[in-house]
Design a protein around this ligand. Structure first.
Ligand SMILES: NC(=O)c1ccc[n+]([C@@H]2O[C@H](COP(=O)([O-])OP(=O)(O)OC[C@H]3O[C@@H](n4cnc5c(N)ncnc54)[C@H](OP(=O)(O)O)[C@@H]3O)[C@@H](O)[C@H]2O)c1
Length: 499
């Protein structure tokens, strides 16, 4: 790194001006910051200035050298290029241009392990590298996203106020707070996306049941979802579901949802969440099932063969009678709520496990507070979740791997949620049983219920699994009645020895 003595006056530089970078740059400018602009190919820079230059003060630059030279010290350079190698490429080009104390921000969807690696490398050069999770899509980036910054806590002094200003706000509080060191910001964003996958899938399962068992067409379902948006399900995703279901296709005159190919895409953050759940030993089955559901949907050729080959045995159930129909709709609503709650509980549990694994001090109450607005999973429920974890306290930094005092070990143990789930339980069981009978796949409804039943079971068949492991691999087992590890001499006289 050579010292660049040039000092400019711009508050922040943004490199990478595709939709997300351009919208974040405009958001900074609209909030009164002077924003230096750079893009690998100049056309995007010119387009932004031509179309939106009047929204604030922009400094268009031609090269990264020019971008860096235009910035006030400590320099804040926000990278918003395609995730992966391009981020490393840009960092490599920036390093020689910066000086100690400058801040490099990656606000794209980078993998948290990449962020950990980059943070460590830049720290050696005296630079602050901050991985920032940003949620809210294009619109959020422009008008106020949820922002989850990680990186060195010190960097937050110079960067935090700016990020907080452009973030969404909820009850006057910014949906932005420093969440933890190195890759913590990107990790929290990743888990947000994992929860988002599960949230979308449970809504999909509810829709499928209402349609295939309840016989309720999309237009009427739109009204049901609109009504549900006035209940404890109130959320952005329920709101947009109603809009999608109400949408008519211009070409056919039928519901738009009927002409959309039923293969769900994914860009990777849900898959990363499931993989990391496995890595840190957190049972995020609802999240993983939602990723698998998208994968299954995206195998059209296998599905085509399966429809012909495995056609036998698909039962049809009779649609509920009108009197029962209302009850069925309410049952599905409750099953949706309970399943959704489990997905959130699993995501939060995973954050705590990752905190222990990576030495992060994550405060679950504050993290929940960041998701109350601006992001895709924003929902009234997040306010309740935040309160269950002791509310928002940006100064509360529990020891890595521990919960702050008074925070429940599992979200479902918070009294308001254990009560809510207990009330929803009969409906949840009825819905899963009906779905199984009807042959309607509900992987997240049923997996969430299995998680709930597994958590609170007196005895799990894990005892038998341990016996099997001891049999074929002498892996030993512990006993319920005394301390120590034991092994049965399976291939000898089957007596038990202490291991
Ligand atoms: N789209 C969303 O809703 C959304 C939401 C949250 C987060 N994100 C994340 O935000 C980031 C940006 O997303 P995006 O959709 O705005 O853009 P994108 O399509 O992911 O990337 C395009 C941008 O990257 C630049 N780029 C690509 N390779 C480069 C390289 N080797 N060196 C320098 N620049 C390079 C492109 O420059 P050129 O113009 O020169 O090609 C362009 O500015 C991604 O990490 C994405 O995952 C996106």
């Amino acid at each position: 790194m050579t010292t660049n003595q040039q000092r400019g006056t711009a508050d922040i530089g943004v490199t990478g001006l595709a939709v997300m970078g351009a919208n974040l740059a405009r958001n900074f400018a609209r909030n009164g910051y002077t924003v230096a602009l750079h893009n690998r190919s100049r056309a995007r820079t010119d387009q932004l200035v031509a179309e939106h230059g009047h929204e604030g003060t922009f400094v268009a630059t031609e090269s990264l050298e020019e971008l860096v030279a235009s910035l006030a010290v400590p320099r804040r350079v926000l990278i918003m290029v395609k995730a992966g190698q391009p981020v490393d490429d840009v960092i490599d080009q920036l390093i020689p241009l910066l000086e100690a104390g400058d801040i490099v921000i990656d606000a794209g969807n980078s993998h948290y392990e990449d962020t950990r690696r980059r943070e460590a490398a830049l720290a050696q050069q005296g630079l602050h590298f901050v991985g920032v999770g940003v949620s809210g899509g294009e619109e959020g980036a422009l008008n106020g996203p949820a922002i989850m910054p990680g990186g060195p806590e010190k960097s937050y002094e110079a960067l935090g106020p700016m990020l907080e200003k452009i973030s969404a706000h909820h009850d006057g509080e910014p949906c932005c707070a420093w969440v933890g060191t190195d890759g913590a910001g990107h990790y929290v964003k990743m888990v947000h996306n994992g929860i988002e996958y599960a949230d979308m899938q449970v809504i999909g399962e509810a829709y499928d049941l209402l349609r295939r068992v309840g016989g309720i067409e999309p237009a009427e379902q739109a009204e049901i979802f609109t009504a549900w948006n006035q209940t404890d399900l109130a959320s952005y995703l329920i709101e947009i579901t109603a809009e999608v279901l109400a949408q008519k296709d211009e070409a056919t005159g039928g519901p738009l949802v009927d002409v959309i190919v039923d293969e769900a895409g994914q860009k990777g953050t849900g898959r990363w969440t499931a993989i990391s759940g496995l890595d840190v030993g957190a049972p995020v089955a609802a999240i993983a099932e939602s990723v698998f559901a998208r994968s299954l949907s995206s195998q059209p050729h296998v599905r085509e063969v399966a429809r012909r080959t495995l056609a036998a045995g698909i039962e049809s159930v009779e649609a509920p009678q009108p009197a029962d129909r209302e009850e069925f709709v309410e049952d599905v609503r409750q099953a949706l709520f309970a399943s959704k709650l489990v997905a959130y509980a699993q995501g939060m549990d995973m954050l705590a496990a990752a905190a222990q694994e990576y030495g992060w001090s994550l405060d679950l109450g504050t993290i929940a507070s960041l998701w109350r607005d601006g992001c895709i999973i924003r929902a009234d429920l997040l306010d309740v979740i935040m309160k269950a974890f002791g509310g928002r306290d940006t100064d509360r930094h529990p020891e890595p791997g521990t919960r702050a005092e008074g925070q429940p070990v599992n979200l479902l143990f918070a009294p308001e949620f254990s009560q809510a789930i207990a009330e929803a339980l009969p409906a949840w069981r009825r819905v899963v049983a009906t779905a199984v009978t009807a042959g309607v796949p509900v992987p997240v409804f049923s997996s969430a219920l299995a998680y709930y039943d597994g958590l609170r079971a007196d005895r799990l068949p894990a005892a038998l699994v341990q016996g099997q492991r001891d049999y074929f691999g002498a892996h030993t087992y512990r006993r319920t009645d005394r301390d120590g590890s034991f092994h049965t001499l399976w291939s000898a006289d089957r007596s038990e020895v202490e291991a």
